[in-house]
Ligand binder design. Sequence first.
Ligand code: PGA
Length: 254
Amino acid sequence: MSRKVIIAGNWKMNKNAAEGVALVEALKAKSAAFNDVEIVVCPPFTTIGAVVEAAAGSNIGVGAQNIHWAANGAFTGEISADMLVTSGVKYVIIGHSERRQYFGETDETVNKRLAAALAAGLIPIVCIGELLEEREAGKTEEVLSTQIRGGLANVSAEDAARIVIAYEPVWAIGTGKTATPEMAQAAHAFIRAELAAMFGAETAEAMRIQYGGSMKPANARELVAQKDIDGGLIGGAALDAESFLSLISEAMGC
Ligand code: PGA
C-alpha cells in the first residue's frame, strides 16, 4: 500500500499560545524518529502563529480547524484561505461533527470550504460520520454517502487525490467508545468504494481515510492495521505529548 499514514491532532478549543508551543516542543523532541508518518497538529486560530514557529524545521505540519469560503470581506469572526496559507498552515479540518452539531455546518457549506481550501493548495481533512441513532437505524451507509457526495461535489479527480477523509462516528467522539476495528474497516471500505464511484478506482486508492473517535495508544495499532484505515484524527489523546507520541508509535506498529 502506498498511502502514507497521517496522524493529526485536533486540539479543538484547547491550548493558548504558550501551552501550544510547550506541546509542540515536547513532540518535536521525539517526532524525528517517525519518518514514515505525516504528523499534523491543528491548534485554535490564535495559537497557530506560535505553533508554526515552534514546529519550523521539524516533521510536524500545522493545520487549522476551519476555513471560510470567501477570499475576504464583511464576514466577522471568519478566517480566509489566504490568512491560513500566509500563516504557515498546510492542512485544514472541514466539517467536523462539532461544527455540524453546534454551528450549522451542512454538506453544502463543507463543499464551499473545501473548494476554497483546494484552490489555496491546502490539504483538507474532511470529516464525515453517523450519529448513534443513524447507526442503530441501519442508516450509516446512507448518511456517509450523502455526506461524501454533497461535501465533495464538483471536485476534480486530481484535486480529490489531495483530500484526506476523516471517518468519525459521532457516537465515538470524546465518549471513550471506539468503533471496533472491524466496524471501522467496514465503514472505511464503503467510503473508499464511494470515492471510487466518484473519482475512479485509482484516485480512490490514493486517498487517505483517517479514523477518529476516542483513538488512543491502546487501540491505535489495531485500527491503523486495517486495510482501509490510513491514520487518525485525534482529539483528547493529542493534548498531551506523551500520549500523542505513544499513539503515533502504536499506529506505526513500533
Ligand atoms: P476524540 O476526538 O479523540 O477526543 O474522540 C476526535 C475528534 O473529534 O476529532
